[in-house]
Design a protein. Structure first.
Length: 64
């Protein structure tokens, strides 16, 4: 089993006006992701358990 955390940082220059004088706007995007990884046998079991958990929460009205 492995727990993972990932961050992605991107700086972009967006063209605001495409005729002279050109104007650029700086934009920064940050994305965070976290998750867990299992071996092949445990991964299949964990995926089925997660699906059953989400299904049971959904059917009990927990997402309302």
């Amino acid at each position: 089993m492995a727990l993972t955390v990932d961050a992605e940082y991107a700086r972009n220059l967006d063209l605001v006006h495409d005729t002279p004088p050109f104007q650029w706007e700086k934009r920064t995007d940050v994305a965070w992701r976290a998750g867990a990884r299992f071996g092949s046998g445990l991964g299949l079991l964990a995926a089925a358990g997660l699906f059953a958990l989400i299904l049971s929460i959904g059917l009990s009205g927990g997402f309302d």
